[in-house]
Design a protein around this ligand. Structure first.
Ligand code: CAA
Ligand code: NAP
Length: 246
């Protein structure tokens, strides 16, 4: 059988890069999107030098038109998408009483509407082929809320609502839909939090440290093999013990 095709959105970022590497290492053919071609080609070269071949397709996941064009490009280059990892995301942290409409909208468009934009063009093909894997990268802060993140927490909680509905609709078609909810991982997104605030957050993590992108990639890969066919609608927390709610 030819290797399955995995599309990882936001694959050039901290967690995305680790997911691309792990999925490539597991034998999947991997693609990701980009917005800035120069930066993406540089990243691709860097990955190639490390033995990891990732196909690039232009696309802003906040745009339905661009997301559909991106999926069609991946289909032309690699074949139908069997595995979709909805990973692209941003923060626009501020307390709600100061939040502007554009800060609300950008986060909802990039972190939640993106899930519609990218999943919609792949779902019919997965149903026809009777096999698919869809994983949302949500967040601990979608589970517990976070001071300064009303926009982000709303989007991330919404991602899991999407997961558990899509899981029900598509279980009979060999498609599983799951969520991974990472805690604080040492990427640019977390390093943008003021150091004093970050130190207080790390002090609340039982493992006493930030997580690594590889630790999230490991959790994502768990959902993908045929052996994981019975696991659908799950929300897998990978947060160093910071939040242990069900
Ligand atoms: N609980 C209670 N009070 C808090 C608080 C908290 N968690 N965080 C801040 N406060 C209080 C502060 O103690 C301060 O009180 P005083 O005025 O009495 O001193 C007040 O709120 C204002 O705090 P700041 O000085 O930090 O206010 P600010 O306006 O400069 O910044 C903020 C506010 C942008 C929310 C900033 O606190 C911040 O960046 N917080 C971190 C938010 C966060 O965790 N973001 C995660 C980004 S990474 C990510 O999103 C990945 C992921 O999924 C995990
Ligand atoms: P990151 O390093 O900032 O990477 C974000 C990636 O998303 C980048 O590749 C970025 O591409 C892409 N992206 C952003 N907006 C996009 C858009 N509109 N269209 C297409 N791509 C877009 O962040 P990260 O830490 O790896 O986070 C990855 C995911 O994990 C996010 O969904 C985040 O919310 C989630 N998460 C992170 C943590 C953490 O602690 N880091 C914890 C929980 C959940 P550009 O280079 O083009 O901007």
């Amino acid at each position: 059988m030819t290797a399955r095709v995995a599309l990882v959105t936001g694959g050039t970022g901290g967690i995305g890069t680790a997911i691309c590497k792990r999925l490539h290492g597991a034998g999947y053919r991997v693609a990701t999107n980009y917005r800035d071609e120069g930066r993406a080609r540089e990243w691709q070269e860097h990955m190639r030098a490390a033995g990891c071949d990732v196909t690039l397709a232009r696309g802003d996941v906040a745009s339905a038109e661009q997301s559909e064009a991106m999926v069609r490009q991946v289909e032309r280059d690699l074949g139908p998408v069997d595995i979709l990892i909805n990973n692209a995301g941003i923060t626009r942290d501020t307390t709600f009483h100061r939040m502007r409409a554009d800060q609300w909208r950008e986060v909802i468009d990039t972190n939640l509407n993106s899930v519609f934009n990218v999943t919609r063009p792949v779902i019919e093909g997965m149903r026809e082929r009777q096999w698919g894997r869809i994983v949302q990268i949500s967040s601990i802060n979608g589970q517990k809320g976070q001071y300064g993140q009303a926009n982000y927490a709303a989007a991330k909680a919404g991602m899991h609502g999407f997961t558990i509905s899509l899981a029900q609709e598509n279980a009979r078609f060999g498609i599983t839909v799951n969520t991974v909810s990472p805690g604080y991982i040492g990427t640019d997104m977390v390093m943008a939090v003021p150091e004093a605030v970050r130190e207080k957050i790390v002090a609340q993590i039982p493992t006493g440290r930030l997580g690594t992108p590889d630790e999230i990639a490991y959790a994502v890969a768990f959902f993908l093999p045929d052996e994981a066919a019975w696991i659908t609608g799950a929300n897998l927390s990978a947060n160093g013990g910071q939040y242990m709610g069900w």
